[in-house]
Design a binder for this molecule. Structure first.
Ligand SMILES: Nc1nc2c(ncn2[C@@H]2O[C@H](COP(=O)(O)OP(=O)(O)OP(=O)(O)O)[C@@H](O)[C@H]2O)c(=O)[nH]1
Ligand SMILES: [Mg+2]
Length: 369
């Protein structure tokens, strides 16, 4: 009997993977289970890790490459969590621009470590507005064709496609989207839910906790197109210390920054895949403000509000957009200048990286489990 269950929650940038993962973790903890979370990104300073920590959950992050290219790091992360808390369930969130996770992560896990892990069906989450635009159901800005190629490949390898954020669309639109997904991706079961509002989660919980990973040949994938598509997205991560002699509103700072970045990127024509920021007051890691923007034409959403004013804190900024990474860095730096002036803040960038994801080179690639 394997010791632990391994649940991978995929989906494009901003689809709601972290939100759904935290909901599942909360349910498992309420059921008396030990959980361990694994977050992943191409670089360090992760909003997702900060959010998991603020929820008090054990988390390990894998940075510097995706699960598929750093398979051993995934095993090391699982090992560290096992040493500390011996999770019965691992919840892993891959990078939202990655695909081929069935062949490069799920099948190798089952084949090589099937005695330790029972591998759950692969879930791929969909933002219904982004999804409807990409599937041509609704007009609106979409990414370049090679990015859309990656988006569709993610869906093609799913056991379960979960239309998340069902609270944002009408039931008619939801049905249209379900029908379009069922035609294009007939192998997957299609569910819908709202992770944010905790609606309709049970069928997904049951599927990932009870079912098992299907065995079918992974979709054909042209790694050149995949690599080019992924590299069309610019990445910018920064960790910034902000301080002021007088207490200031961290929530307002997050809103000012998000709107400033949004305005500039819109002017530059760079479609936002996901802008996410957290602000944690110095000395109070339990309090957290978080703001997200998942499209150029959506309003910034305050996912968590800080409970009061602060004099200093750590701001984490993760921006992924279809544009030049250097330009993303300049845009954020300019927005920081403007917001700093407005709020009379001092800020210091402690860490920052801008880049395009490198060509994925998976450690393993297996055609079956
Ligand atoms: N309205 C609504 N918003 C949601 C729902 N689930 C997530 N969100 C919001 O969508 C945004 C992105 O959510 P995340 O969970 O960070 O998405 P993600 O897929 O982990 O994003 P990456 O890690 O960047 O790929 C946040 O503002 C969430 O609050 C939902 O069910 N309904
Ligand atoms: Mg996430």
């Amino acid at each position: 009997m394997p010791d632990a269950r391994y649940i991978m929650i995929g989906g494009f940038l901003g689809a709601g993977k972290t939100t759904a993962m935290l909901r599942l973790a909360e349910k498992l903890v309420a059921d008396g289970k030990r959980v361990g979370l694994i977050t992943n990104d191409q670089s360090s300073g992760l909003v997702d890790t900060a959010l998991a920590r603020a929820s008090g959950l054990p988390v390990e992050e894998i940075t510097g490459g995706c699960f598929c290219c750093r398979f051993q790091s995934l095993m090391d992360a699982a090992g560290n969590l096992t040493r500390d808390t011996a999770p019965e369930v691992f919840l892993a969130e891959p990078v939202g621009s990655c695909t081929d996770l069935r062949a490069s992560v799920a099948y190798p896990l089952r084949r090589l470590y099937g005695d330790r892990f029972s591998v759950a069906p692969m879930s791929v989450l969909v933002d219904p507005i982004r999804g409807a635009r990409i599937l041509g159901i609704e007009p609106g800005k979409v990414f370049a064709p090679k990015v859309v190629y990656v988006y569709r490949k993610q869906l093609e390898e799913a056991d379960v496609i979960v239309i998340n954020k069902s609270d944002l669309v009408s039931s008619r639109r939801l049905e249209q989207l379900k029908d379009a997904l069922a035609i294009e991706f007939p192998r997957a079961e299609i569910l819908s839910m709202s992770a944010l509002q905790s609606q309709g989660l049970d069928p997904w919980f049951e599927r990932v906790l009870g079912g098992s990973l299907a065995s079918f040949p992974p979709p054909d994938l042209d790694y050149d197109t995949y690599a080019e598509g992924e590299a069309m997205l610019g990445w910018f991560n920064a960790t910034v210390h902000v301080a002021s002699p007088d207490p200031f509103s961290g929530n307002r700072l997050l809103e000012t920054l998000a709107s400033g970045i949004q305005r500039s990127l819109e002017a530059d024509g760079a479609e936002i895949a996901h802008l996410k920021m957290t602000l944690t007051p110095d000395g109070d890691p339990g309090d957290i403000g978080a703001i997200n923007l998942v499209r150029g034409d959506s309003a910034p959403f305050m996912a968590h509000s800080l409970s009061g004013d602060l004099e200093g804190g750590e701001l984490i900024i993760n921006l992924r957009a279809e544009g030049d990474p250097g330009m993303l860095q300049e845009t954020v730096t300019r927005a920081l200048h403007e917001a700093g002036k407005e709020e009379k803040l001092e800020w210091t960038i402690e860490h920052s990286e801008n880049f395009r994801p490198a060509r994925p080179v998976p450690t393993y690639r297996m055609a079956e489990a």
